[in-house]
Design a protein around this ligand. Structure first.
Ligand code: ATP
Ligand code: MG
Length: 567
């Protein structure tokens, strides 16, 4: 993605989003006493992904910008899929992004009592009934958007019987699936969600917070709007698919509310990213089926995966800001996210030498046993990051593909008779090489150096076109480097006809190099520290690093590997 495209994107964006415009209007009109309260409502049934980051930035961002508060509320209405592991990871990821809910950590399960009482009050008012039919029959009776629904034979059960049955549902007297509680709204409504939606079902799996206290659980649609209401949320920001649920949420609040206050729901477009997918269910399948190494596999679009890969919160927020919030569904180009991380890492990382596929160079006229420390700039973009000393000696490693026995035209790297500069050190000339006759592999390359060409102190007129990165062989640290490519080789793997995204898994999405060499300044590098390996990209230290071997993940390649080093 070119800089012009980015610039165009920035210039075409409104200064504030339509969501913020609504919020500002409400604040100006003095609604809710001129206060804003939002919430981020994850279901703890998986790890957060970059789509959630878009919602988090808006929920927390709007509250912060306009002097309000944002609650964290776990929508934990389905004990079958939910787990504390997810609760903990969600909290960690939100903090990592740089947002905080202070003491306002809420759970829909905190409201199970209130929601149960509200359901009973609906029954008493003739606005809810127990339906004994199986789920598929209920669903088929609902009709289609163009065809009105049919009333359930249980729709007009009397109040007493309904109360009795609902209580017994909660005591565990009935099997799961044998009956449900439905709201009596409008079975012929053009909006399918209004056709007597199910509001409670029986689940006997214990809940991660309330244990076996409840045998009936509210449906998401019955819990969500009311939870907002109980918490005094003023602006309930959510994704577009909930637009059609809004009339139902409003209907519930109409039955519940005692004052003028009601949350205002505003829907915005989801974040979708090319070459990956956002469904938590499918991401969980990838994890369970071992298609990736876990939720935090650096190829995953999860926040923990991106973190491990080397992404920063700043880059993610910058990306979210670039794509903006609209009412139009779109699929965002992953190269824009890559642009954002490059831009950020360019400013903050130290440039170091790492050799992925080492080839040994022996500099024949360099004294054996001599070691010189050469000075290198840490980051040309930021002088304050200083300089460092890197040892140079008679034997160094360079990349295998920086040498060719028979080079093509315009190959400005090393080949017999050719000269290159070892960055920060000397100009060397290739005088010969050793090749394994059986395998054809080049095992060593023999060079001479010109002592008059030392970087920064050169007294020679000599100029060369190629500059290579290198690591002194005796000082090198062993490293494993994991190179990543897109997890899928289809732009929209989950959006295809037969719903089998597995067909599009990229078999080459991970390449592990175990014989890499990096400069000794990296010796004490800690997990999640980030570097630019010159000419190769940005790399992040992995948690798998041990005392004897560093492990790096490549975050992203440099845009233009040659332009950078030759300038
Ligand atoms: P599922 O993957 O099962 O559809 P979900 O992604 O909706 O679940 P939730 O935990 O319910 O998961 O999401 C929490 C909040 O994050 C919701 O308000 C939801 O609108 C928002 N959100 C989820 N996915 C995206 C996305 N891709 N882009 C923007 N917001 C999202
Ligand atoms: Mg959801």
């Amino acid at each position: 993605m070119s800089d012009e495209l980015i610039k165009e994107k920035e210039e075409s964006k409104p200064s504030i989003s339509f969501v913020e415009q609504f919020i500002v209007e409400d604040l100006k009109a003095g609604k809710n006493n001129g206060k804003i309260t939002t919430r981020f409502p994850p279901e703890p049934n998986g790890y957060l992904h970059i789509g959630h980051a878009k919602a988090i930035c808006l929920d927390f961002g709007m509250a912060k910008k306009h002097g309000g508060k944002c609650n964290l509320r776990f929508d934990d209405t389905n004990p079958i899929k939910e787990d504390v592991e997810y609760v903990d990871s969600i909290k960690e990821d939100i903090h990592w992004l740089g947002f905080d809910w202070e003491v306002r950590e809420y759970y829909a399960s905190d409201y199970f009592g209130k929601l149960y009482d509200f359901a009973v009050s609906l029954i008493k008012r003739g606005l809810a009934y127990v339906d004994d039919q199986p789920a598929d029959l209920i669903s088929s009776q609902k009709g289609t958007p163009s065809q009105p629904g049919v009333e359930s034979p249980y729709r007009n059960r009397d109040v007493k019987e309904n109360i009795d049955l609902f209580e017994r549902m909660n005591k565990g007297e009935f099997e799961e699936g044998s009956c449900v509680l439905r709201a009596k709204v409008d079975i012929t409504s053009p909006n399918m969600h209004m056709r007597d939606p199910i509001i409670y079902r029986i689940i006997k799996t214990p809940h991660h917070r309330t244990g076996s206290k409840w045998m009936v659980y509210p449906m998401y649609d019955f819990a969500h709007g009311q939870s907002d209401y109980f918490e005094g949320v003023t602006h309930s920001l959510c994704t577009l698919e909930f637009e059609v649920h809004r009339p139902l949420y409003d209907w519930f609040i109409d039955q519940l509310k005692t004052t003028e206050y009601r949350p205002r729901q505003i829907e915005f477009n989801r974040l979708n990213l090319t070459y990956t997918m956002m469904s938590k269910r499918k991401l969980l399948e990838l994890v369970k089926e071992g298609k990736v190494r876990g939720w935090d596999d650096p190829r995953m679009p999860t926040l923990c995966g991106l973190r491990r890969r080397g992404y920063t919160p700043e880059a993610i927020k910058r990306f979210v800001d670039l794509i903006g919030y609209t009412k139009v569904e779109a699929i965002n180009d992953v190269s824009l996210l890559e642009h954002a991380i490059r831009e950020d890492l360019n400013m903050r990382t130290t440039r170091v030498f790492g050799v992925l596929n080492p080839l040994k160079i022996i500099i024949k006229n360099y004294p054996e046993g001599k070691v010189e420390n050469v000075e290198l700039i840490n980051n040309p973009e930021d002088e304050s990051m200083g300089k460092r000393m890197v040892p140079f000696s008679r034997e160094v490693f360079i990349e295998q593909d920086d040498f060719m026995e028979v080079p093509p035209h315009k190959f400005f790297r090393l080949a017999p008779g050719m000269e290159v500069r070892l960055k920060g050190a000397y100009i060397i000339k290739c005088e010969g090489f050793k090749k394994n006759d059986k395998t054809g592999i080049i095992e060593e390359v023999y060079c001479t150096y010109d002592p008059a060409t030392k970087s920064g102190e050169s007294t020679s007129e000599k100029k060369v076109k190629g500059t290579l990165h290198w690591v002194s062989a005796q000082h090198a640290i062993d490293a494993e480097v994991r190179l990543y490519d897109r997890l899928f080789n289809h732009e929209d793997p989950a959006g295809q006809k037969d719903d089998d995204y597995r067909k599009f898994l990229n078999p080459d999405s991970l390449k592990v190099l175990t014989e890499c060499k990096v400069e000794p300044s990296l010796e004490s590098a800690k997990p999640l520290e980030k570097f630019q390996f010159q000419r190769l990209g940005y790399f992040c230290v992995d948690y798998d690093s041990t005392g004897s071997k560093l492990v790096f993940n490549r975050t992203v390649q440099l845009k233009d590997t040659w332009a950078k080093i030759n300038k």
